[in-house]
Ligand binder design. Structure first.
Ligand code: AMP
Length: 542
């Protein structure tokens, strides 16, 4: 017997329809490439998203055709989120931080038909358009009078002229909720990049889950600043969850330096912000010397790479902001776990609570996880035993776009490539990427633990731990360090700093000072590049 409830497909268009109808006057504020602040409401987002849909129809774009963006977080990008997916096409957010050759490769692989770009990325478009044979239309995200006259880019139109030709009177189509809605290529640390292809259903379920109290806890009373880019896993799904809750959205555009982000938080009464640790490091670096405080910010979700304890501590103790440590992947839409306390933790001391807050958190309903050992058997959740982390759920990839790389699943589970522990309360803690694990004398050393200790030293701006071959121990850890401007610390002082903070045999054998640590396009340390940089390095003890 089937249930007798209405059967409506879960479609992305329903989010913006809802926001228009129930939160029509809630604000969307964007710092534009032009430098000024743009301000309007969900009502206007909805109307202009329908104009985008009309523009795609008038081009005779087919269902599931890909429409690419090269854009910052901003209101026009938001309109494309809803207009492209809502009309049945697939939004493909390209990462402008990649090399132009990689961008062209990805655009060709996705067979993008339209490319919408912020003017900051005009040089990239100039560099790649000759190699992108599937793109029929280039759309510059600007006013008609700002369109460059002699760009050499064929079929170039300004976004404002493109949508102005369309009516906002457009009826969103209804279709199978399992249809593709958007796609995002992974950083591609091995082989060519592969795309996660999200569906309407997976996106809506993820948007619901993300808004839950023990997840991002979003509401119509929030003013949300997603610093995490809209080209990185749909800004962690925030644009969708914001529409679902009617929250105010504040977009930083290209202004990602500490001063710009801080000023935007204060000016727009931001209550909730989301980003990777490096962004917050820049912001705290700006605030501390000037003695600045927050007047409205309450919570910040930090993920993408491990959040150092010093950052959680600084946000909480110096600024009264709760840090929600989160873990996820492009393949997971991206949210997997988020760290919030349970009732039984509330009576614990701050130090004990901090030990929990440092973990990547508990699984969100919709994500199932397990850790397995080398024999493929599941490992006990005791918070100590490490294993390869596997996940499954309705917003986790089943396969990559075009079947690249074959079947990624093992008995229906997705291997994350992360190594983790899970404690009896279900709190997961990442210790490493599986290929970054350091094995010394048969024991594992967590590079994240070693890095967290180094960045707690007042003179250290950034630190990366890697394993180096050792004749006796197989591998020993070394720590590669970038010092804060004007700060001094010696190798001996830093090694001494580890004493009492970790087991003796886990203390790095050496410190290598460098000017910069190579970072990837999604703000993660590129350990492969770092190992290449140090290929001639030999351990003092070897
Ligand atoms: P991406 O698909 O580019 O978002 O990268 C996903 C990977 O980033 C994960 O598999 C982890 O290795 C890493 N990652 C994400 N969040 C965290 C976190 N909170 N702590 C440690 N690593 C993280």
């Amino acid at each position: 017997m089937l249930g007798l409830m209405q059967n409506q497909p879960l479609l992305i268009s329903s989010l913006i329809e809802f926001a228009e109808r129930h939160h029509g006057d809630a604000e969307i504020v964007s710092r534009r490439v032009e430098g000024d602040l743009h301000r309007y409401t969900y009502r206007e987002v909805a109307g202009r998203a329908r104009q985008v849909a009309g523009a795609l129809d008038s081009m005779k774009l087919q269902f599931s055709d890909r429409v690419a963006t090269l854009a910052w977080n901003g209101y026009r990008h938001l309109e494309l989120y809803f207009g492209v997916s809502g009309s049945g096409r697939v939004l493909h957010t390209l990462n402008p931080r990649l090399h132009p050759e990689q961008i062209a490769w990805i655009a060709n692989h996705a067979e993008d038909q339209v490319l919408c770009f912020d003017m900051s990325f005009l040089p990239i478009v100039k560099a790649i358009h000759g190699n992108c044979s599937t793109i029929k239309q280039y759309v510059a995200l600007c006013d008609a009078d700002k369109l460059p006259a002699d760009s050499g880019i064929p079929n170039l139109v300004s976004y404002e002229a493109w949508i102005a030709a369309q009516s906002s009177d457009y009826a969103w189509p209804s279709f199978d909720e399992n249809s593709a809605s958007s796609m995002c290529y992974t950083s591609g640390t091995t082989g060519n990049p592969k795309a996660a292809l999200y569906s309407h259903r997976s996106t809506i379920l993820h948007a619901y889950a993300a808004a839950l109290p023990d997840v991002m806890c979003l509401s119509a009373r929030d003013s949300i600043l997603p610093v995490v880019p809209m080209f990185h896993v749909n800004a962690w799904g925030i644009p969708y969850s914001a529409a679902l809750t009617g929250a105010k959205l504040v977009f930083p555009g290209p202004g990602l330096d500490g001063k710009s982000v801080y000023e935007l938080i204060e000016a727009e009464k931001v209550t909730y912000a989301a980003g990777v640790p490096t962004v917050w490091q820049m912001m705290l670096g700006h605030m501390k010397p000037a003695g600045l405080k927050f007047s409205t910010l309450k919570r910040t979700v930090i993920g993408g790479s491990a959040c150092p304890p010093t950052m959680i501590h600084a946000f909480q103790e110096d600024y009264g902001v709760e840090v929600l440590h989160a873990w996820g992947m492009t393949e997971m839409s991206p949210l997997g776990t988020l760290c919030t306390l349970k009732n039984k933790h509330l009576s614990m001391s701050k130090e004990e609570q901090m030990k929990i807050r440092l973990k990547q958190g508990r699984a969100i309903y919709g994500v199932d996880m397990k850790i397995v050992g080398e024999d493929g058997k599941e490992i006990v959740w005791d918070g100590k035993a490490y294993g390869d982390l596997y996940v499954k759920g309705p917003w986790i990839v089943a396969e990559y776009f075009k079947g690249e790389g074959g079947d990624p699943l093992v008995d229906g589970w997705f291997p994350t490539g992360d190594v983790a522990t899970i404690d009896p309360d279900g709190y997961m803690q990442i210790t490493d990427r599986s290929k970054d694990v350091i094995k010394s004398g048969g024991e594992w050393i967590s590079s994240i633990d070693i890095e967290n200790i180094a960045v707690a030293h007042p003179a250290v701006a950034m630190a990366a731990c890697i394993g180096v071959r050792h004749p006796k121990w197989d591998e020993r850890p070394i720590i590669v360090v970038v010092k804060k401007p004007g700060a001094e610390v010696t190798r001996e002082e830093l090694i001494k700093f580890y004493e009492g903070k970790t087991a003796k045999w886990q203390i790095p054998d050496d410190v290598v000072f460098v000017d910069a640590i190579p970072m990837g396009a999604t703000g993660k340390i590129l350990k492969t590049r770092l190992r290449e940089m140090l290929k001639d390095y030999t351990l003092p003890s070897a």
